[in-house]
Design a protein around this ligand. Sequence first.
Ligand SMILES: NC(=O)c1ccc[n+]([C@@H]2O[C@H](COP(=O)([O-])OP(=O)(O)OC[C@H]3O[C@@H](n4cnc5c(N)ncnc54)[C@H](O)[C@@H]3O)[C@@H](O)[C@H]2O)c1
Length: 341
Amino acid sequence: MKLKFINNNMNIKYISNLINVNETGKNHVFIIDSKVKKLYEKLFQMIKDQTRIFIYNANEDTKNIDYLKRIYKFLHTNKVHRNSIICVIGGGVTTDIAAYAASTYKRGCRLVLIPTTLLGMVDAAIGGKTGFNFEHIKNGIGSFYPAEEVIISSDFLKTLPTKEYKDGITEIIKMSFLQQSNLQNLLTEDYNMEGVIKEAIRTKLELCEHDLYDKGSRRLLNLGHTFGHVLESISNYEISHGTAVAVGIRAAAIFSLKRGFINQEILEMIIKRLEKFALPVSFNSKYLPEIMRNGESILKQDKKADDKLNLVLFKGLQKLFIYRTDELNEIISLFQEVSDD
Ligand SMILES: NC(=O)c1ccc[n+]([C@@H]2O[C@H](COP(=O)([O-])OP(=O)(O)OC[C@H]3O[C@@H](n4cnc5c(N)ncnc54)[C@H](O)[C@@H]3O)[C@@H](O)[C@H]2O)c1
């Protein structure tokens, strides 16, 4: 995968030169998040043949098989073939579903991703996971299909709403706990966002390089996500992904303390790092009764074939490991400790 950073000018000229949509017979196309298309209208007007743009209304409800079908139809109408480039511009929802389409249409087309959210830049567009939601299961269907090129232009972040920005920061802080990462040294008071994005991408790529198919070290990136998944599901996604993961990281740290893997001092350092970036460390206790009722059944969906849960825990401030467990009851009871009650 080629990685390109476009500094301080959102250079659609570069993008349209890269993919000369007028090249006869190449049949390159764009799939663009509708909000991004609107916000950067002038930019995208530079794409000469506007019929080669699929405008996608990105959200979890449209990340589904019906929209995938619409994308396939668009690719078919535009006579896209294996040597055509599908250039995807948007957040993680857009890059996930469009990359899945690219990985399957004609058994795989060329794929270029231009992520426009922070989470997309440091996480979703990196590492080759694609997918869409199926039968209420998030990313229930997917593939592994790394893009041939990912282009990062941090200028897109200027229009990103705070909530989406925080979701990205949470994933960056999560990565800062990985042994492979130098993020903790870069995340100073006046940190440089470009440098942080570069290091987050480097960290993720290092993990994926050794484990593209998510069977080993890559699973450490799930820190906070098992607990977070329960919070998102129980609240019907009222609790944002960022909040759910941040609270999940704290829950994982408390569980690590209870099992004797870390001491109180390390626990406090973990929480301090979350708080330094104003990440929430507790959730509204109104969701507790529902967690007590249905939390276990949600956790069971995350269990692997051998009936155990892979929980990412701390062995140190900068040392994560996979703890295989079936102590679902105890995991659920931890939620009481991280609610705002
Ligand atoms: N493939 C992976 O490895 C991977 C990893 C993490 C997350 N994901 C997936 O990523 C998705 C979440 O991604 P996301 O947080 O980017 O959400 P998203 O794609 O829904 O984008 C969030 C919102 O921001 C808007 N937006 C995008 N770019 C913008 C910009 N520059 N300015 C203003 N608004 C903009 C979008 O229209 C949307 O409303 C989830 O579906 C998750 O499953 C995938």
